[in-house]
Design a protein around this ligand. Structure first.
Ligand code: ADP
Ligand code: MG
Length: 343
């Protein structure tokens, strides 16, 4: 008798979920990325009990058609890429077609959606071991609502690793902050247990963007931040860097985006650290919100399932550009404009 058998789809998805769904905030990250990829101009987030009881993401994006709803919940099903060459210049935040399948295998998920001109909305829920989706009509404005309830209810090992409601909510809030600084043109709201925590209108002008920054990073950051915008061949670095006097005891106010994607990258971190080396005391960390733009073919985003890491084709050039730009900006700061140390 054969010993090898195919895993049932739910179990296969639960194994895949191990990579992308670590805690409630990882779910939120994936859902908001989907809303942004769908062209949403407004995204409303509703959280209950640190995301363990409920994570609801509602957007006004393109929506999903009835026949695509079950597919959206299947593994390796995506509308964002179709061939290998697409991977060389990914323009969307998602492309792996795994998030919804993974999340739905470790929670009670419903996906409601309606498209422009569609006759009505539909809701899909996937149930049972074979993950077959059940479809029902539902009233829904154009856009999509994803509800994730009882996260990890069927994977006690994962559930055990969750921290307090307060800690999980602070991770969720961090995800919202990151996403909201990545897309000034999109409005965001965040509620926790029915209480409004953030409400951010779309920000077009630099003044409106700085208002959002003050609300997300704190007014003290904004008061001590310099706006920069430098370009070189095929590279542009812009954003806000805090004056050396506004340093932090932790690296907790560092936002770096590559082509709109929030990343944590060693090469970038090193370049920034080097630039601040002469102006910061040992053990202090700089604060910044920076955007690097370059040709999408010059950067590989398919390095890790969470897509927090990237690989630059010409890492040395990128490193030098970031270092030289920031170094120059900091060297030009006159000492009398240096503010007091924060935290
Ligand atoms: P990926 O984002 O990598 O394509 P997901 O599992 O996150 O994979 O989503 C699967 C598909 O479902 C997406 O490719 C997209 O077509 C559709 N989808 C998911 N969320 C939304 C949304 N909020 N609005 C419109 N379409 C969505
Ligand atoms: Mg996705």
């Amino acid at each position: 008798m054969s010993k090898i058998h195919l895993l049932d789809p739910r179990l296969a998805n639960q194994i895949a979920a191990g990579e992308v769904v670590e805690r409630p905030s990882s779910v939120l990250k994936e859902l908001v990325e989907n809303s942004l990829d769908a062209g949403a101009s407004r995204i409303d987030l509703d959280i209950e009990e640190g995301g363990v009881k409920l994570i609801r993401v509602r957007d006004d994006g393109s929506g999903i058609g009835k026949e695509d709803l079950p597919l959206a919940l299947s593994r390796h099903a995506t509308s964002k890429i179709s061939e290998l060459s697409d991977l060389e210049a990914v323009a969307s935040l998602g492309f792996r077609g795994e998030a919804l399948a993974s999340i739905s295998s470790v929670s009670r998920l419903s996906l409601s959606s309606a498209q422009e001109g569609g006759e009505s909305g539909w809701v899909a829920r996937s149930e049972g071991r074979d993950m077959a989706a059940v479809l029902e009509p539902i009233a829904h404005p154009r856009g999509t609502t994803v509800e994730v309830r009882d996260l990890f209810f069927n994977t006690p090992a994962r559930r055990k690793f969750l921290r307090t409601e307060k800690t999980e909510f602070s991770h969720l809030e961090e995800v919202m902050k990151r996403q909201s600084l990545g897309r000034f043109d999109v409005g965001f709201s965040l509620r926790h247990n029915g209480r409004a925590v953030h409400s951010l209108k779309p920000a077009q002008s630099q003044l409106e963007q700085e208002r959002r920054l003050a609300s997300v990073c704190g007014p003290a950051f904004m008061e001590n931040a310099l706006f920069i915008d430098r370009s070189a061949v095929d590279l542009r670095l812009w954003g806000w860097v805090a004056l050396p006097g506004f340093s932090r005891s932790q690296a907790d106010l560092q936002h770096f985006y590559v082509n709109g994607r929030y990343i944590r990258d060693r090469l970038v971190a090193h370049a920034v650290r080097q630039a601040y080396r002469d102006v910061l005391f040992h053990g202090r960390h700089p604060a910044f919100v920076l955007y690097l733009e370059l040709n999408p073919t010059s950067v590989d985003v398919n390095v890790h399932p969470t897509k927090h890491e990237v690989r630059f084709r010409d890492g040395r050039t990128v490193h030098d550009f970031i270092f030289r730009t920031l170094h120059k900006v900091l060297a030009d700061v006159r000492p009398d404009t240096v503010a007091q140390n924060a935290t």
